[in-house]
Design a protein. Structure first.
Length: 621
């Protein structure tokens, strides 16, 4: 059916606070620091600073603890009326709110901090507030406001001569565009940010710029260039100890290999990403990592493992109380249960996802959910449909309605890949239903959209081996350069050159094979389209013949009806004739009797007159 959708997040290396260090500590060390702070009886600047340090130290480990520490620092700072500490406490609290995903509230708290820093004044802190507010607006996908605040920070740092922070602001502007899917707009800002980081010998900034360039080119489907930037970022990230970001880069590389169809490689990198997320206890990344691993196992057809990982992802998302994650995860789990043919559970999961969606959001998720429901209605046995309160006789109409709604949402978000798969699924439904005319029309739409994106698909197939070759070659070069002498290295270079030539030939052969495979698949699609067209034409002819036969039958019925009407008229005329004859006969009899009676009356009258004359004669005598 081709109905596997990518329900995964893309990780962007956003800027963090520029001047406030975040010192990750273990839970045990943090608990120890909290114990010391709680034993300290005074509420003074020392205690306020202590709670601020705890908030900073616990931020990457436990954001809730970090928030509680920031709030305690704020209470103390307000009691001792120290504006600088109050501003720092507001800042720490806002950062925690942002880290917990409450971005709008974070912005308001950051602005409270900003107003105090402007009065003190503290130029660097003002700039830092601008940047962090920019991050929040970036996460909210409000690009104009994000660019505005990062721009304010950039201008301020340029005047103050803090060039490193200028680079961070440029990176932030690029991040805002990336968060909104505007990859092309981000590239120039990232290139400028990278130049500043290299000039400043800022390895952290360089790593972030390289990582975000990897993201930008991945969104632009330039996968070789994307991997090249990621490979350059990885050793730098390792060097500066940015494990959380290291995890994000691995996750993005995993996405690249999934897009290119190398699911084994994709799973391997996602496992690496998950292990690092667990190491730094980033529960958001853990949740997405678990879900993405489940998706990889689904692509590898290991559906029980896919369900297990997605269930773990849901538990983690529930502990985070992250509705956005849960909406995606429940739908994804529903798809897996559909693959397992547990249709009632699948239906329940998908309904949970739909119920959590707002009225005016989530068109992509709605399209996915409805598509999965269409598959359930079409594939579930009668008993499962009856358990869901659906009549088996309505399976095709329900499935058709679900697919058509999914198509509407896919058109709204402008997703040609989803539309292509949905038209194909709908065509398959009509074919099963025996409606070849609709099957042909919808399959034609699938072919049209597929052809419009086939260039990208061919590009992905061609670049897959190129990426693998380049990646393996660089890894091999690094290993050997660390181990070989100059003489051995020269020999190795010659050998590598020969191997490269051989690999180039192999690569060209593979490219031709993959192109042939793509053409073969295209030919299969066109052959199926021709088959549907033939069946549709037959069906149309049958329908026309059926209509013609119906017309002939109608004519015959009309003729019979006319004959019946004529026969009835004839009978009616006969009956009228007989009636008239009977009436005329009756009149004749009546006339006869009348004439007879009249004659008898005349005879009687004459007899009476004769009798009267006789009596009269006799009387005279």
């Amino acid at each position: 059916m081709g109905r596997t959708y990518l329900l995964s997040s893309l990780f962007i290396l956003v800027v963090c606070s520029a001047t406030t260090p975040i010192l990750a500590q273990s839970n045990s060390k943090i608990d120890s620091l909290i114990g010391i702070a709680e034993k300290y009886g005074k509420e003074d600047t020392i205690q306020a600073r202590r709670w601020l340090d705890i908030a900073s130290a616990s931020y990457t480990v436990n954001k809730q603890k970090s928030l509680e520490a920031a709030e305690k620092a704020l209470v103390i700072a307000q009691k001792i009326n120290q504006p600088a500490f109050i501003a720092d406490a507001y800042f720490a609290k806002a950062r925690c709110k942002g880290g917990l995903g409450v971005y709008k509230e974070a912005v308001e708290i950051f602005k409270q901090s900003l107003s105090i820093y402007e009065k003190i004044p503290n130029v660097l802190k003002v700039g830092e507030c601008y940047m962090t507010i920019g991050v929040c607006y970036s996460r909210l996908k409000d690009v104009p406001l994000a660019v505005e605040y990062f721009g304010k920070g950039k201008t301020l740092f340029e005047k103050a001569g803090v060039i490193a922070n200028v680079g961070i602001c440029l990176n932030g502007i690029a991040t805002a565009y990336l968060n909104n899917g505007q990859a092309q707009e981000s590239v120039s800002y990232l290139q400028e940010s990278l130049k500043i980081a290299i000039k400043q010998n800022n390895k952290d900034g360089e790593a972030r710029s390289l990582g975000n360039l990897g993201m930008a080119y991945m969104l632009l489907s330039d996968y070789p260039k994307s991997l090249d930037y990621y490979q350059k970022a990885l050793p730098l990230l390792e060097g500066v100890g940015q494990k959380s970001i290291f995890s994000s880069v691995y996750a993005n590389i995993s996405h690249i290999y999934q897009y290119l169809g190398d699911n084994e490689k994709s799973l391997d990198y996602q496992m690496k990403a998950l292990n690092i997320a667990k190491e730094v206890n980033n529960r958001f990344d853990i949740a997405y990592g678990l879900f993405n691993i489940g998706s990889k196992y689904g692509l590898l057809k290991d559906h029980p493992k896919a369900a297990s990982y997605k269930q773990q992802a849901i538990k983690t998302a529930e502990s985070l109380k992250d509705t956005a994650l849960l909406i995606q995860f429940w739908d994804g789990l529903g798809e897996t249960y559909t693959d397992l043919k547990d249709y009632t559970t699948a239906f329940s999961c998908i309904q949970k996802s739909l119920n959590m969606l707002g009225q005016k959001e989530g068109d992509e998720t709605r399209a996915n959910c409805l598509s999965h429901l269409g598959v359930i209605y079409q594939s579930a046995p009668d008993s499962a449909l009856q358990a869901l309160g659906i009549s088996p006789q309505e399976r095709f109409s329900q499935s058709e309605a679900a697919f058509l709604q999914a198509i509407k949402y896919a058109e709204a978000i402008g997703s040609p890949q989803k539309l292509s798969l949905l038209w194909q699924s709908l065509s398959s439904l009509y074919e099963k239903k025996g409606d070849y005319i609709k099957a042909y029309k919808t399959y034609s739409k699938y072919i049209a959209i597929r052809d419009s994106i086939s260039g990208d698909n061919v590009k992905k197939q061609i670049t897959r081996k190129e990426i693998q070759y380049e990646f393996d070659k660089k890894e091999t070069e690094l290993k050997y350069q660390q181990q070989l002498t100059e003489g051995e290295l020269e020999k190795q270079r010659l050998l590598t050159m020969q191997k490269e030539q051989a690999l180039t030939l192999n690569q060209q052969t593979l490219t031709l094979k993959e192109q042939a495979l793509a053409l073969s698949n295209k030919e299969k699609d066109l052959a199926h389209l021709a088959y549907l067209k033939e069946q549709a034409e037959k069906q149309e002819k049958e329908q026309q013949l059926s209509l013609s036969e119906e017309r002939e039958k109608g004519k015959e019925r009309d003729l019979n009806l006319k004959n019946l009407e004529l026969s009835a008229q004839q009978k009616q005329n006969l009956y009228l004739g007989l009636l008239v004859a009977s009436l005329l006969g009756g009149l004749g009899v009546l006339a006869y009797f009348y004439t007879t009676l009249k004659k008898q009356k005349n005879i009687i009258a004459q007899q009476n007159e004769l009798n009267e004359q006789t009596i009269a004669i006799l009387s005279h005598d």
